[in-house]
Write a protein that binds this ligand. Sequence first.
Ligand code: SAM
Length: 283
Amino acid sequence: MEKVTTRDVVRKYNFKFTKSLGQNFLVDDTVLEDIVRGADVSKEDLVIEIGPGVGTLTRELLAKAKKVYAIELDSDLIPILQEELKDFDNFELIHKDALKVDFDEIIGEEKSVKVVANLPYYVTTPIIANLITKGYNFKSLTIMIQKEVAERIDAEPNNKDYGSLSILVQYYCDTKILRRVPPASFIPQPKVDSIVIRLDKLDKPRVQVRDKDLFFKVVRQSFNMRRKTLRNAVKSLGMLDSEEMEKAFKEAGIDPKRRGETLSLQEFANLTDSIYNVKNHNG
Ligand code: SAM
């Protein structure tokens, strides 16, 4: 069978790209192969693709997966995808904003669900946050995203990219950068470099905390005030007086003069639990 390329389909339908929808379509076969191989897709898997475009990656996924659900927002792409992929009986198209999809309805009782996508960059972070925090039963997310965002997700303490996003993702997932992708791999070319990253959902969060909301509040506050000490960050939560703060830091074994960017997830968890204990007088 002759290979159908992105350029062919774009030309055939005289498709006009919408920049505001993050439409940069892949034209590099090596990247397609690396995404599919990196996602480790097999006939056991239900794959959810967000933003199929003209279906270039979708076609590769359909050949490997049991079933592919593709979620596309752009009405102009719906008839193109329906026509181009009509021969695949394992394909379902959902015309919707990925941020408004209840993934539980797609996943149902499926045991092996993988998300694979070349994401629209303007909504990368909300899509990832939505997928990982809602407890959906999927195994992994293999996604192409802007290089800077991938580096923030994958960063370790004391690295300039380490921040709230690193902690949010690493709390729920193992992270692995698979490859870098230059602008020339897309039409039209984006202004930024991209990275394919794989996030493997952990069976349980990486660290255990007594109050998850408080944990993320402490994290956010610590990075909102990057140049400030942890003492100032915790003070700005407005939960503890000076004496209680001293007690909490002491119990956690953390120097209040340190900055948030030096703390591991476990240390943030220890600090949060100590704040919780002091506040609830059960420390
Ligand atoms: N998968 C194709 C490829 O690799 O060539 C296209 C990827 S392109 C970077 C992103 C796709 O996401 C576009 O098709 C765009 O229309 C779609 N999209 C943008 N915002 C979306 C949203 N909120 N929900 C679902 N799809 C969206």
